[in-house]
Design a protein around this ligand. Structure first.
Ligand SMILES: CCC[C@H](NC(C)=O)C(=O)O
Ligand SMILES: NC(=O)OP(=O)(O)O
Length: 318
């Protein structure tokens, strides 16, 4: 595998899951694979889980790691070609990217949607410049429209906890005070649609996601109806996608907060969230602290998804 930006890049999903569970049995069995190979992790945005789990995954494979927070320490980067650079950005991405590629063997990039241009965001303008100009394999650590390492970990977790072959998985919108990207819900939908699970998306009017990601999933505007019989509840906030409200917070209706009463409508469902989570906005304390909450094992599986992806990229460099 060269680059990893979406579920299709993994190839056979069942095979990739088998590789992930093999790694989970003994995560130190491939320490020679990454010897004298360097991972450069580039963050345009904050991170806890992705930063730590991906670095740990690389170390499990014997890799050296470097981490660059672009907006803290490096030069502010101009990303637009043709701009007269007489402002506050001393360096252009078109120099910085190939230079970074000189110092490493594999690059991970986190670059969230900026909500300045829907076209630039949904064309993955930043991520694709790393793929085009770095000369190295590139993987997404959450880009503008997807978060594949998260979704892979989510799928690993559901496969570990599911009690039936085809569980009912419900992704529910929940309120948040900031404009959050659609990357996590887009990606979760893309990965759920690649399985044979029963997958339902529930959100208020106005929060419809890009149909490319929704695909064949059922959309239910009645959250309680969607929760009925669910085996997994995956909660996440996202800002509006549809024009003219792209990137906007349309409502912060806490009637959409996931609470014990709604969880009681489910088939004793597990509660999932990618974290970080705003308690008592997205989910009540009782629910996220309940025995059905698997947000910590879900986060732990980020090391496994990252190590599986890095292993496949390193195999491609053999
Ligand atoms: C993993 C989640 C990252 C980001 N969350 C925040 C709070 O910015 C998001 O919603 O995409
Ligand atoms: N879930 C996730 O990617 O967390 P971070 O933003 O903390 O990396």
């Amino acid at each position: 595998m060269r680059n990893f930006t979406c579920v299709q890049d993994l190839g056979n999903l069942k095979q990739a899951l088998a590789e992930a569970f093999e790694i989970k049995k003994d995560r130190y069995q491939f320490t020679e694979l990454g010897k004298n190979k360097t991972l450069l992790m580039i963050f345009f945005n904050s991170s806890l889980r992705t930063r730590l789990s991906t670095q740990k995954a690389a170390m499990n494979l014997g890799m050296n790691t470097m981490v660059l927070d672009v907006n803290q320490g490096a030069w502010k980067l101009e990303t637009e070609r043709g701009v007269i650079m007489d402002g506050d950005k001393p360096e252009h991405l078109l120099e910085a990217v190939p230079v970074m590629g000189c110092y490493c063997d594999v690059i991970g990039v986190r670059s969230f949607a900026r909500f300045e241009s829907k076209e630039d965001d949904y064309n993955e303008k930043i991520l694709n410049q790393f793929i085009q100009y770095s000369g190295r394999p590139v993987f997404s650590m959450e880009a503008a429209t997807r978060h594949p390492l998260q979704s892979f970990a989510d799928l690993i977790t559901i496969e570990e906890y599911k009690k039936t072959d085809r569980p009912k998985v419900v992704m529910t919108w929940a309120p948040h005070p900031k404009s959050l990207p659609q990357a996590v819900p887009n990606s979760f939908a893309e990965w759920m649609n690649a399985t044979d699970y029963e997958f339902v998306i529930t959100h208020p009017e106005g929060y419809e996601l890009d149909p490319e990601f929704v695909a064949g999933a059922r959309v239910e505007y009645d959250q309680k109806k969607a929760f009925e019989g669910a085996d997994f509840i995956y909660a996440k906030n996202w800002s509006a996608y549809a024009d003219p409200n792209y990137g906007k917070v349309l409502n912060m209706d806490r009637n959409w907060t996931v609470d014990s009463e709604k969880m009681a409508l489910t088939n004793n469902a597990y509660f999932m969230h990618c974290l970080p989570v705003r308690r008592n906005m997205i989910v009540t304390d009782d629910v996220i602290e309940s025995p059905q909450s698997i947000v910590i094992p879900e986060a732990a599986n980020r090391e496994i998804s990252a190590q599986t992806v890095l292993k496949k990229i390193l195999m491609g460099l053999q």
